[in-house]
Design a protein around this ligand. Sequence first.
Ligand SMILES: [Zn+2]
Length: 495
Amino acid sequence: MLVTDTTARRRKRKNGAKGRCFWATATATERVVDLDPVADQDAIQAYRAACRGTDDRRRLEQQGKRSGKSDARAWERERDYADVEWWTPGGGFGVIAQRARASGLLFPGDVVWVRMERDRVRELKLARIWRRAGDGSVRERLGSGPTSPLPCIPGEDLTLCHSCAVFGAADTSAGDAGKGRQDSYAGHVRFGAARSGPVTTTSVRLAPLGQPRPGMGMFYLQWRKDSPQEGRPVGDVASHWGSKADHVGPIYKRLAGRKYYWHSDPDAQADWQSAQLGGSMTPRYTATGSLSDDKGGMVRPAILVPKGTVLTARVSVDQLDPMSLHTLLAALDPTRVMRLIPGGEGRRVAVRLGGAKPLGLGSATPRVTRVDVGTLHERYLGGSGERIDWTNARFPGADVNERVGRFGPNLEQLLPILDLDGLGDQVHLVTYPPGAPWAFAVSDDPKDQDRFRRSFEFFQECNGARETRSTKPWHRLPGPTDGDRSLPITTKDKP
Ligand SMILES: [Zn+2]
């Protein structure tokens, strides 16, 4: 009997009756198929890749990390079980079985679905209808050439990109493994620890954060008007990588871009929403309702420093040319480069520091307060060359253009994201896609707050799936310079 997870099942039906859940049973036959690590490797690899994205796998890795080094990888040696809860024969709700966690590893006695073709295993699945690994890797979608964001692999015949030339590049190719050499390139920059004066900290339990996995094609892939809508078969889900909507001709769509989070103070948001809607919203970084009991092991404690805390750090450089130093200073304090574009002067630009950025934490306004550099000539030969006032030096836009290509258009995209006021009057509407209207967020009932924070409904209802009679909606993630950065609140049960 193949017992599977029940979390996606509705406990109760709309009329209040107990929900139903089906598991597959079968009688084992005498037939034996050997899984051949070589001949069946495609099926094995696809199975592992699909399991790598599972919630089970994430939890196993996380539990491993928490339990300390001795037992961190126990799940790789033996099967790990999870309790399955459902209505019991006695009428209550509780543990009725255990299921093997989907770790991507197979142990003797594991039950999986197998599709055979000419005596070879073509497909392995944990359920008849199961997640599948998407097509078109990130690497394929990043493109190639001098502007590609793929990492530089240092070597004799390669000019490093500017970023690697400043911060260093690791040779991860292992091409010369065992030969006692590698082609890494050391960075020129070292960061010291950032310190504050005495502060009073607050302990919180952070709302759950999954690992970022770019599975949601709707947000992570470029969406173009010319993506084919016709000819998509029923069941084709546009948000899946490799969907029929994911091609332009034979070419997979590019990634939509690099991920950033809007600056939006979660405490100010909670105050504003509470006042507007009459109620009390807890800041979106805190675990509330059913999330606070942390069944899934995703809630973690965190210590917050108060707003306005000043952290001071020292950054040391060695053997940087002047242009590289300019770009490093601009990376630390982007106001130095934002001045170059229209409207870029005088904005409150902030970067992100620390964890839980998706929950709105860590907006920090950097300032370069002192630059103390000298030339090699000064150090070894004495005398004074031309001195530059680095603290206020102008950014050499033309030189940088020549080195890295036209970067002005990127600044125009970046400015609204780094600007603390970039969202204008939408600043208090930043949230993961909610599963209910905003009024639920300020409700006293934890169940309502749960509903508000149920983001998966949005992703289920807006995945562009082709159905027999209709196609589910699909929403592109609005870009930073779009006039309207909002998405509709979409739930399963229309409010
Ligand atoms: Zn590089």
